[in-house]
Write a protein that binds this ligand. Structure first.
Ligand code: 6PG
Length: 247
């Protein structure tokens, strides 16, 4: 049984569990979108992120087996480095998931392959727009201790972008050059999972849920129709303990 809270003020679902349990719950979310897509004879669209959420969740996706044939994989953001660089989110996913699972790269859509940033963003937007009006079924986001999600950092001008994909030139988290999905696209995705682990995320999680916050996480949680926060106990340590329900 897992502990879920619907946060009183924001109405956002919050799941607080050990990381390995969260990882299994994420696998269930992926299985669900695959089943729904398979019933409609199409592939599900999943966008993943880099950082600790990829480290902890992607290896569990190796168990998907033949379900992988019904999944197309995108990124929420990518660092502007070669795909073979250890900082590349693509490289990280390849090491942790695609290679061990023997996944066909035909259904994997890297976000940055060495062109200039503006071109990479335009190309990726085109790929997504050709796919469908609503190209993604599920996005998996990490959370920075400053409240950033994907490569959408606090105060950035692109937070209000109407595009689906934007270049990022001066990210405060290295490397500074990146490509990112926008809030516009992320918030229109039917299933949004934001995962945060560790005490360094506790203040920003509590702030995004309890204040009229302008942090990227808070904006996403307000706009997305179905967002779930997956927190380990340390990341949830500054949340008020009211509003708890079990299921
Ligand atoms: C990236 C990420 C980024 C990440 C957060 C959290 O490529 O840098 O996509 O948005 O998810 O910065 O990273 P950690 O979980 O490693 O702190």
């Amino acid at each position: 049984m897992c502990q879920t809270r619907t946060h009183m003020k924001s109405g956002v679902n919050v799941i607080i569990e050990a990381i390995d349990v969260l990882s299994e719950l994420f696998v269930r979310e992926v299985v669900e979108i695959i089943d729904q897509a398979r019933n409609k004879n199409r592939c599900a669209g999943l966008a993943i992120s880099g950082g600790s959420v990829a480290d902890r969740f992607l290896p569990s996706l190796c168990q998907l087996g033949e379900g992988l044939e019904h999944l197309e994989i995108f990124w929420c953001d990518e660092r502007a480095v070669p795909v073979t660089d250890s900082q590349s989110n693509y490289h990280q996913a390849k090491q942790l998931w695609f290679d061990p699972a023997g996944l066909s790269l035909a259904r994997v859509f890297p976000m940055f392959q060495g062109t200039d940033l503006e071109q990479a963003a335009m190309d990726y937007e085109l790929v997504l727009r050709k796919r469908a009006e609503r190209p993604l079924d599920l996005v998996l986001l990490g959370l920075g201790p400053d409240g950033h999600i994907a490569s959408l950092f606090p105060g950035s001008a692109i937070l209000g972008s109407r595009r689906w994909v934007e270049p990022v030139y001066q990210a405060p988290k290295p490397p500074p050059e990146r490509v990112t999905l926008t809030l516009n696209l992320l918030a229109s995705t039917p299933h949004v999972v934001v995962a945060a682990f560790g005490e360094s995320k506790a203040s920003v999680v509590a702030g995004a849920l309890t204040n009229d916050s302008d942090l990227p996480l808070a904006q996403l949680l307000r706009q997305a129709p179905h967002a779930v926060l997956f927190l380990d106990h340390a990341a949830a340590s500054k949340l008020p303990s009211t509003g708890s329900t079990q299921y």
